[in-house]
Design a binder for this molecule. Structure first.
Ligand code: NAD
Ligand code: MG
Length: 388
């Protein structure tokens, strides 16, 4: 029986992953090793009981007693805290879904890759902040990395169908988010609630706001650099409001291959789980006639500077990505807390990137964490100064 773990099991990707596992036979077909979550221990415990997990881990030590109580007598182990997350992620498994949000996913995802398990990678921050380190760890351990981000899953699927030839161009599609056509003036006063309402995808709050600012696309550009060797030159971002073409690759003979589907993450999750096979999933089939048309345009980098910032970081070392992601996380946190405006997020990230020397590769995770801390410190200082 295949042993599977789901890191970030209570989130949007995690719940969809458990749904796919359930659809494909649940505990009759899979042995669930570790499930992890953060504050929502009720949901974590319920899933651990449903799937008969070996261990359930909450990131929050203050919730360990609640988790223990919910699992009492079931035989499911309970644990808490960052070290326990890494320990659970290191347990032998054949397949690990990495779906913790943000840089908190770095250490557990790296630990899972170090075991040689197949990594279904949703936690894009791991590649953005520590791409070289993560890939060399995975390679040394013989771990296969299968992208789950819908765009990268699309490219992965296109490459799989065309093994042998290298693309000359990567086309990363972007919905453009809820403010795609808004004038700059109006974007200044956007609230976190409005920014979190994505037109096509139902996702966690952070990635939803990142989609509205196009910082999500910025992270995905750097993600494509590590996964596929895309460069600032060969990568094109195209705004495609319907989110039907998930991404595409172009070949030297003029041919372009794209992957299309309903905006439902279960397709990419299922593909990562059963690769190279495809499984039957309850995903709405695409009806091209009902869709009628698909639209495309270039992103406006004046209103969405994140794209420009990512292009600058793409061809630099992974520490540039670590700085970009950490500054972005700090600015995003401040925006959610109402301390800065929507457009201030890109301004803060740009200032941090300009000030930090990020030409070096990361030798180890400590280098990444040091850059992460420094970028957050600078971002906080900048935000405090402009608030004063
Ligand atoms: P989410 O906020 O819905 O869920 C995040 C998960 O991480 C939850 O299980 C939460 O408990 C856990 N978590 C939060 N803080 C933690 C911490 N400090 N330590 C350990 N665990 C913690 O997020 P999501 O939308 O499911 O996104 C997860 C990852 O997948 C992100 O990296 C995101 O960029 C990526 N992704 C998501 C989607 C999507 O459709 N939601 C699509 C592509 C990529
Ligand atoms: Mg995506």
């Amino acid at each position: 029986m295949r042993r599977v773990s789901v890191l970030g099991a209570t989130g949007s990707i995690g719940r969809n992953t458990l749904d796919v596992i359930r659809t494909l036979g649940g505990r009759r077909a899979f042995r669930v090793v570790a499930l992890t979550g953060a504050g929502n221990v009720e949901a974590l415990a319920a899933s651990a009981l449903e799937f008969g997990a070996e261990i359930a881990v909450t990131a929050d030590p203050a919730r360990l007693d609640d988790l223990r109580a919910a699992l009492e007598g079931s035989g499911v182990e309970a644990a808490a805290g960052p070290a326990a997350l890494v320990e659970a992620a290191s347990r032998p498994a054949d397949w690990v879904m990495a779906a913790i949000v943000g840089s908190a996913g770095l250490a557990p995802t790296l630990a899972a890759a170090g075991t040689g398990a197949t990594i279904a990678l949703a936690n894009k921050e791991c590649l953005v902040s520590a791409g070289g380190l993560f890939l060399s760890t995975a390679k040394a351990a013989g771990a296969r990395v299968i992208p789950v981000d819908s765009e990268h899953s699309a490219i992965f699927q296109c490459l799989d169908a065309n093994a042998g030839a290298a693309p000359v161009r990567f086309i990363l599609t972007a919905s453009g988010g809820p403010f795609r056509d808004w004038p700059l003036e109006k974007m200044r006063d956007v609230t976190p609630k409005a920014a979190a309402a994505h037109p096509n995808w139902d996702m966690g709050i952070k990635i939803s706001i990142d989609s509205a600012s196009m910082f999500n696309k910025a992270l995905e550009m750097i993600e494509a650099r590590w996964l596929f060797g895309a460069t600032a030159e060969t990568l094109e971002v195209v705004v495609h409001p319907q989110s039907v073409i998930h991404s595409a690759v172009a070949y030297a003979d003029g041919s372009m291959l794209a992957q299309l589907g309903s905006p439902d993450m279960r397709t990419a999750i299922g593909y990562a789980l059963t690769f190279p096979e495809r499984s039957e999933l309850p995903v709405a089939p695409l009806d091209l006639v009902a869709l009628g048309r698909l639209d495309f345009s270039a992103p406006d980098e004046t209103r969405f500077p994140a794209i420009r910032l990512a292009r600058a970081a793409m061809d630099r070392s992974e520490l540039a990505g670590a700085a970009l992601n950490a500054a972005k996380e700090a600015a995003l946190g401040a925006f959610i807390a109402g301390r800065i405006g929507f457009l201030d997020m890109a301004r803060v990230v740009e200032i941090v990137l300009d000030r930090l020397a990020t030409g070096e590769p990361a030798r180890d995770l400590e280098d990444v964490f040091a850059m992460d801390r420094e970028a957050r410190r600078l971002a906080e200082a900048e935000m405090a100064e402009s608030a004063a």
